[in-house]
Every structure is written in structure tokens, then in C-alpha cells.
Design a protein around this ligand. Structure first.
Ligand code: F6R
Length: 244
């Protein structure tokens, strides 16, 4: 595991964006696994900036996102599809047909999960998977207690996740109660993983994830078993690990 310390959110975003840019430069037709949430917003801004400068080309890149709320149409501004178009896809030269997310409106959850998993296999697997981490250690929507070998599945969101995400909705009641998520089994098959973490409120969980026991109670702890993980976090997120 490579640990990369950044002084603050901005530096974390820049360092993480450089790793993604390097992946695109080394393999222009790479498959990127992407994440939503507040943490990656800054790094997407850098990728857009470098594309505008002419330093990055997304024309051959394919993306598969980690997750999507069940029941939200793509047009809903809280859907992850909307988020991705707003923060990245509509701002760079990626082909819309090369960007994939689970379909929140799929009628049959089971076949939607199978379709998504097959799609990832058909694309040849994920070259680089970007991850954020929830306060409870979740990655994707793999909440504490989920088996480590799961493929894409439909998840019941935990109350703590609903509470954390209600800031984006009018009230907690409006937060969907279920989501589609790549499973930990899917994530662990990615050839490289990039975990970005920011903020003091995640410091305790990050310490457990990186140095605690590998346990489904802290889903991100599974990354200790992945052969190629880079963690980019800011000083606040590392604050429980620093001495002076
Ligand atoms: C988002 C996702 C989630 C978030 C996590 C952290 O696609 O899969 O696991 O990465 O909830 O969210 P933020 O960055 O908003 O703290």
C-alpha cells in the first residue's frame, strides 16, 4: 500500500488527479472506476482543468461508476449519473456512450446487478478504481458487515449513511433507502485502487482501515489485501496517525 500525504484538501485533490492523469497518459483506452460524493469533486476539477489546457485526452477512456441510488432517474440532480455529467463527463471529451453507471430505474434489481457485473467483465476489468470512504468505513455502498466477496448488488442503506447524505436532499426522508453498488469482490478485482480521504471526521476510521484488523466491520480495511492501492489523504484525515 502506498500512502501519500497531502497538506490539505486542495493538495489531496491535485495529487489524486495526477495519478488518474498518469493512468490515462500511460493507457489512453483505460477503464476508470469512478466515485461520487464530496471528496472527489476537487480532483475532477483538476482533470477538467488539465483537459482544457490540452494536457489530457479522454476520447478513448471508458468509465464505470461504483454506485447509483435505486429509484432516481438520471435527470434527478441527486442521481450519481447527474453528478458525473455535471462534474466531469460534460466538461471533457469523453464519449457519453463510454460512461456507465448502474441504472437506478431498472425494474429487476437482480438482472441489473448481473448486467453491470457482466459489463465490467466485457470491458476487460477496471484499470484504476477511485474510491472515497464513508465515516463508517464504507466503500461504494458496501456498508459494515457486508461479505467481502460480493459482486454488484442492491444495498439497503444504513441510517448513518442516510443521515450523512441528507445534506444533498431536502430531508432525510427524501434520501433513497436503497442503492446499487459494486461489491467488494468487484472492487478488489480492479488492477489498481486509489482511495481519497479528507477531513478530521474520518481520521479514526482511516486509521482503522489502514492499520486495524481486516474486518467487514470496517469495509475499507479489505484494501490492505489488495496488491496495488494508493491512499491519498490530507493531514486532517491522517491526524490520528501522526505524532507531532
Ligand atoms: C460514492 C461512494 C461513497 C462515497 C463515501 C464518501 O460513489 O461510493 O462510498 O465515496 O460515502 O462520501 P464523501 O466523499 O461525500 O464523504
Amino acid at each position: 500500500m502506498k500512502i501519500c500525504k497531502a497538506s490539505d484538501y486542495k493538495e489531496m485533490s491535485r495529487k489524486a488527479a495526477k495519478i488518474i492523469a498518469a493512468q490515462i497518459t500511460m493507457k489512453p483506452d483505460c477503464v476508470l472506476g469512478l466515485a461520487t460524493g464530496s471528496t472527489p469533486i476537487g480532483l475532477y476539477k483538476y482533470l477538467v482543468k488539465w483537459y482544457r489546457k490540452g494536457d489530457l485526452d479522454f476520447s478513448e477512456v471508458t468509465t464505470v461508476n461504483l454506485d447509483e441510488y435505486k429509484g432516481l432517474p438520471k435527470t434527478n440532480n441527486q442521481s450519481y449519473d447527474f453528478f458525473m455529467r455535471d462534474n466531469l463527463f460534460d466538461r471533457v471529451n469523453i464519449e457519453a456512450s463510454n460512461t456507465y453507471l448502474p441504472d437506478g430505474l431498472a425494474e429487476d434489481s437482480e438482472s441489473e446487478c448481473e448486467r453491470y457485473e457482466k459489463l465490467i467483465r466485457k470491458l476487460g476489468g477496471i484499470d484504476l478504481q477511485l474510491l472515497g470512504m464513508g465515516h463508517n468505513g464504507h466503500i461504494g455502498f458496501n456498508e459494515p458487515g457486508e461479505a467481502f466477496d460480493l459482486a454488484t448488488h442492491c444495498v439497503d442503506l444504513q441510517e448513518s449513511t442516510i443521515q450523512a447524505n441528507k445534506r444533498f436532499f431536502e430531508s432525510a426522508d427524501d434520501v433513497p433507502k436503497q442503492a446499487y453498488s459494486m461489491g467488494i469482490g468487484t472492487i478488489m478485482k480492479a488492477r489498481k485502487v486509489l482511495l481519497v480521504v479528507s477531513g478530521k471526521d474520518k481520521a479514526e476510521t482511516l486509521k482503522k482501515a489502514l492499520y486495524g484488523p481486516i474486518t467487514p466491520k470496517v469495509p475499507a480495511s479489505v484494501l490492505q489485501m489488495h496488491p496495488d492501492v494508493t491512499v491519498v489523504a490530507d493531514a486532517a484525515a491522517f491526524s490520528q496517525m501522526e505524532r507531532g
